[in-house]
Write a protein that binds this ligand. Structure first.
Ligand code: HEC
Ligand code: HEC
Length: 203
């Protein structure tokens, strides 16, 4: 056989092999393949409910991608030209906790919860797709080195997370919108999604 023919055959068979294999399976599609259908549906439903909350302004306002906390149901930039300072707690003169106390102030409309501050830049979710948010959430290099157990604990117990369901009223006395999923349902969804292997749907 001529060398050229051998190269051609080699090229054809390599392409054939790649087609036959499809794209290389990643970890989550492996898990999906081995998950009974009922569990898969349960996991995707839980994922959807969890993401409905994470992408809501009550969470997103503190998880920006541009260093500027947002306010209100329309997600406008925080008044007073506030931006991330040292340690994500604001510039020294305008430390977040100068105004934000450990509870909502229903007279001034300043929301409050213990250790109020901006999520670190690596935990910015604003503008990302659900899939990208999920990947960031699970990645120990961006999520504050949290294991799955620690993520579940954070999302079901942290005071800043739970504040979203008692957000109080804004500066005009209007109640802030609640996340679209109740607190109990959200907690259940988070637990269920992680118990089922934290599979990010591919579609
Ligand atoms: C007042 C601001 C604020 C609000 C509101 C807030 N977060 Fe956060 N979030 C933070 C801060 C600050 C951290 C970093 C805390 C740490 O690492 O200890 C954080 C970290 C996290 C983390 C862990 C890190 C990661 O990226 O995986 C998760 C998960 C999270 N928040 C979920 C939520 C959810 C869900 C909501 C809404 C229901 C929410 N947060 C609302 C400030 C906020
Ligand atoms: C000078 C006072 C002041 C400082 C300092 C301050 N805030 Fe605020 N913040 C407010 C007031 C007032 C509101 C309520 C505005 C409204 O909703 O009408 C507010 C609202 C917010 C909201 C809106 C919550 C929501 O979902 O609507 C977030 C998030 C927030 N602040 C984060 C921060 C962070 C993070 C810092 C520190 C980097 C900070 N704030 C520093 C006064 C302040």
């Amino acid at each position: 056989m001529k060398l050229k023919t051998i190269y051609t055959l080699l090229a054809i068979s390599t392409v054939g092999l790649m087609l036959a294999l499809g794209k290389s399976p990643n970890v989550s599609s492996y898990v999906v393949l081995n998950m009974p259908e009922s569990k898969m549906i349960e996991s995707e439903e839980a994922y959807g409910q969890m993401m409905d909350v994470l992408t809501h302004q009550r969470c997103m306002n503190c998880h920006p991608n541009d260093n500027i906390p947002k306010q209100g149901d329309d997600r406008h930039a925080h008044y007073f030209g506030l931006a991330r300072g040292k340690d994500d707690t604001g510039f020294e003169a305008t430390n977040c906790t100068t105004c934000h106390q450990s509870e909502n102030n229903d007279y001034s409309g300043v929301p409050g919860a213990p250790h109020w501050s901006l999520a670190p830049a690596s935990m910015g979710w604003e503008g990302l797709t659900r899939t990208e948010i999920a990947e960031r959430l699970l990645d120990k290099s961006t999520n504050g080195n949290r294991s799955h157990e620690e993520l579940v604990e954070h999302m079901t117990e942290d005071e800043l997370v739970l504040w979203a369901w008692t957000p109080g009223v804004d500066a005009n006395g209007e109640p802030r919108e609640l996340p679209p999923v109740s607190k109990d349902k959200f907690k259940k969804a988070v637990k269920s999604w992680f118990e089922n292997g934290a599979v990010v749907p591919t579609k």
